[in-house]
Design a protein around this ligand. Structure first.
Ligand code: GDP
Length: 314
């Protein structure tokens, strides 16, 4: 992940606030906030989101500066005191940015919690190439290792080889799977597979879906039909971090079609800048549950908003 650049830019910009008087004018604050906004957009955070974040940070910092001014009598300030005050303002801005980014990544909706001894049907959706099938294998591996009775269903009948890919992963992981080479209706496969694994008392039943269709609207319709047929306990949207600015609209389209409850961001081990993760959360109003950090089954990291933001800012 090439996130640390953002931290460097933020620190450079905050130096502008170290004025001789220790006072910060609105123009100086605006200039710093514009730098921060530019750096966030360059890190792939959606433009709309950055504007909201900038306004929130501005309001918060202006309020804090006012309170700080009320407590200080500047006529008697010595240089050390002025420097201290400038450094306080810098810290205020930095903290407000960190807090805003963290709270964006912690939406009100909480992630689904798996229930022991019950079927937890987890539907995976996302565009082809996002890393859905790979993530499903990692996810199955994660829960199976922790003692959950886990199974996978392949309801992607569009992509040639999708069932083989899932089957290969499932075999390596020794996870039971369901799919068909002959049945062309993904809704029927999803329903049959989930029913079978519920009867067999599986606890984590993962459904892979298609990421492509003859038409985009067709894909979203198919997701709705599968979702209605299997009544999932959670819908997880898988998104490729390298898609950058387009993640917001992509996430919104899926979220408008099905009840996305969690997000997984993949390919953060590569050159992705990571800001798209914030856009995905904002568009779906759902938390990120895992990050994909490679092509192996173990390359799946539980998500933590605070540590993500500290990595983002270097
Ligand atoms: P799907 O079409 O959404 O099912 O995508 P796949 O699971 O087939 O993944 C598409 C490509 O992305 C494959 O080459 C995967 O190995 C790769 N991939 C998936 N997740 C990650 C990840 O977290 N990091 C990296 N570097 N590659 C990934």
């Amino acid at each position: 992940m090439v996130l640390a650049e953002l931290g460097g830019k933020l620190r450079d910009s905050l130096r502008k606030l170290h004025t001789r008087s220790g006072r910060v004018t609105t123009t100086q604050l605006n200039s710093v906030l514009s730098d921060v906004a530019r750096a966030l957009i360059e890190s792939d955070v959606s433009v709309k989101l950055v504007m909201t974040l900038r306004d929130n940070v501005k309001q918060k910092v202006e309020r804090l500066i006012e309170e700080d001014d009320d407590d200080n009598d500047d006529d008697n300030d010595n240089d050390a005191k002025k420097e201290q005050r400038a450094s306080n303002v810098s810290k205020m801005v930095q903290k407000a940015v960190v807090d805003e980014l963290t709270s964006l990544l912690e939406p009100a909706r909480k992630p689904h919690t798996m229930k022991r001894g019950k079927p937890n049907v987890i539907l995976f959706v996302g565009l082809q190439g996002a890393g859905k099938t790979t993530t499903i294998a990692k996810y199955a591996n994660y829960y199976q290792k922790r003692g959950w009775k886990t199974a996978m269903v392949c309801a992607d009948t569009f992509r040639a080889g999708a069932f083989d890919q899932l089957k290969q992963n499932a075999t390596k992981l020794r996870v039971p799977f369901y799919g068909s080479y002959t049945q062309a209706d993904p809704v029927a496969i999803a329903e049959e597979g989930v029913d079978q694994f519920i009867k067999e008392h599986y606890e984590v039943i993962i459904v892979d879906t298609s990421g492509r269709h003859r038409q985009e609207a067709g894909l979203l319709e198919e997701m709705q039909e599968i979702s209605a047929a299997v009544d999932p306990d959670n819908v997880i949207l898988v998104m490729d971090a390298t898609q950058g600015q387009s993640l917001y609209d992509q996430a919104l389209a899926f979220s408008n079609a099905v009840d996305v409850g969690s997000v997984v961001i993949t390919k953060l081990d590569g050159h992705a800048k990571g800001g798209g993760a914030l856009s995905a959360v904002a568009a779906t109003e759902s938390p990120i549950v895992f990050l994909g950090s490679g092509e192996h089954f173990d390359d799946l990291e539980p998500f933590n908003a605070q540590s993500f933001v500290s990595k983002l800012l270097g």
